[in-house]
Design a protein around this ligand. Structure first.
Ligand SMILES: Cc1ncc(COP(=O)(O)O)c(C=O)c1O
Length: 442
């Protein structure tokens, strides 16, 4: 809309005694509002070249990239590209058209779902176009009036949105337990069972993608059995990276058979797009007929189905890649700890580095450290309040099979330089240590 038209509409709204819908867009409110109003393109919405790689150009300078979930380095693998070309030759770029329910179902989709189910050790699976919509749709499809959702406080936004949808649309009730706190989960389940009329759905992640810690799935599955609940885990970061053959976090703990519905995305270790939920045939059929985010959406295009199947072969047989990813992760974590940095205790490949901000404004330390890393060619994502408590800054780093030993060495050299140059305090005081332990539920 033209600016003067917008201003006209806003003053008309004011004259009527109400606010215009767009008035908020002038303010620094909303997500990362302060960054938005200054037109930041450094830390929010940085413009990067499309091809994911270990080294990427940003603002005319090469950076070692630690912010991309290409865990196994499979993005643009030549075998996958070959299948992509063949698929385009055979099926073009439009097929299939329509939703799975109407005209978008093919033998290829069904075969891929069978392959996914077999690997996830479930009877059946159902594909979604996006992981986000897969989780949302699965939760919404399963909960109704009288049912109760029990979710971890740090669950991903798509789980939260799915739960809200289940609550607002279907009338399910919502309960939250403290992150990874099994005593609290047991308390909640006990309370819920006192006057329970319907079913209970426990929602957790496998690997918590921000902090890199794992859900204690042995304990969670034991509790959900004890209190007669069902468990859905969103294993976006664990699928492909954790457990034997990348079967995920529950397989890592040896409790995949206890997970009632398992979810994996293709946007991380598969370096593509889409996701799936896997369970018994009956439950998957229910999801396929009732998950609004897919029932009313076009089917996953053939280009993705066929390239994902090829990627799947590489993920299953990719032990070397997984080992390389773990090696880089262990080197990075150990090196940073040796330099005195506080690296979170998460047991996934994700490396979370905490820096206390103390009395200084978070913005000051955040800008100084992030700026230093960028200036020295290290690209990491800075995480701040409200994702983590005030008084702390966290750099989330994602080691992958793309990275070489020299990337770790060069990154450690920059962190050392940053520590000395900025005179950073690295040791946590008691209060800060407590805050971090709270983040990890330990
Ligand atoms: C835990 C978790 N679940 C779901 C998603 C959404 O997946 P997708 O990017 O495939 O939509 C993400 C992505 O960040 C995630 O981290």
């Amino acid at each position: 809309m033209l600016l003067d038209q917008q201003a006209e509409q806003e003053s008309a709204a004011k004259a009527e005694g109400h606010t215009d819908l767009f008035a908020k867009c002038h303010t620094d409110g909303g997500y990362f509002g302060k960054m938005r109003v200054i037109g930041d393109d450094e830390y929010t919405r940085p413009v990067l070249p499309p091809n994911p790689s270990r080294h990427m150009e940003f603002k005319g300078k090469e950076h070692i990239m630690w912010s991309i979930n290409n865990y196994l380095g499979l993005a643009n693998h030549p075998d996958v590209l070959e299948v992509a070309h063949k698929t385009i030759d055979e099926f073009g770029v439009s097929s299939p058209m329509g939703s799975r329910m109407m005209s978008g179902n093919t033998e290829y989709h069904l075969a891929f779902e069978r392959e996914l189910a077999a690997h996830a050790e479930k009877e059946a699976s159902f594909l979604f176009n996006y992981g986000y919509m897969g989780v949302q749709g699965t939760i919404q499809s399963l909960v109704g009036k009288d049912d109760i959702i029990v979710m971890d406080k740090l669950d991903h936004a798509c789980i939260v949105d799915g739960a809200f949808l289940g609550q607002s649309m279907n009338g399910a009730q919502l309960r939250v337990f403290k992150h990874n706190n099994m005593d609290n989960l047991e308390q909640v389940l006990k309370r819920v069972n006192r006057d329970r009329k319907g079913g209970v759905l426990v929602l957790t992640e496998g690997v918590y993608g921000m902090t890199g810690d794992l859900a204690p799935l042995k304990e969670i599955t034991a509790l959900k059995d004890k209190y007669d609940a069902r468990l859905y885990i969103d294993d976006a970061h664990g699928w492909g990276t954790m457990g034997p053959q990348g079967k995920g976090t529950a397989a890592h703990f040896g409790v995949q058979d206890k997970v009632d519905i398992y979810f994996g995305t293709f946007a991380k270790s598969f370096a593509s797009i889409g996701g799936f939920s896997a369970s018994t045939k009956e439950v998957v059929d229910w999801i396929a007929y009732n998950a609004r985010t897919q029932v009313f959406a076009k089917s996953l295009p053939m280009l993705y189905v066929q390239t994902l199947r090829k990627t799947f072969d590489l993920v299953k047989s990719g032990e070397d890649r997984r080992q390389k990813m773990w090696k880089r992760s262990n080197e990075l974590k150990a090196g940073l700890r040796e330099l005195g940095f506080y690296v979170g205790p998460g047991e996934s490949p994700i490396c979370s580095v905490f820096i206390p901000t103390g009395e200084e404004a978070l913005e000051t330390i955040g800008a100084a450290t992030s700026g230093f890393l960028r200036k020295n060619g290290v690209f990491v994502t800075a995480i701040t309040y409200p994702v983590i408590p005030l008084g702390l800054l966290m750099f989330r780093m994602i080691p992958t099979a793309m990275h070489e030993e020299e990337d770790v060495a060069n990154t450690l050299a920059v962190f050392k330089h940053m520590r000395d140059n900025l005179g950073l305090r690295l040791t946590m005081n008691e209060d800060e240590d407590k805050k971090i332990r709270k983040v990890y539920g330990i």
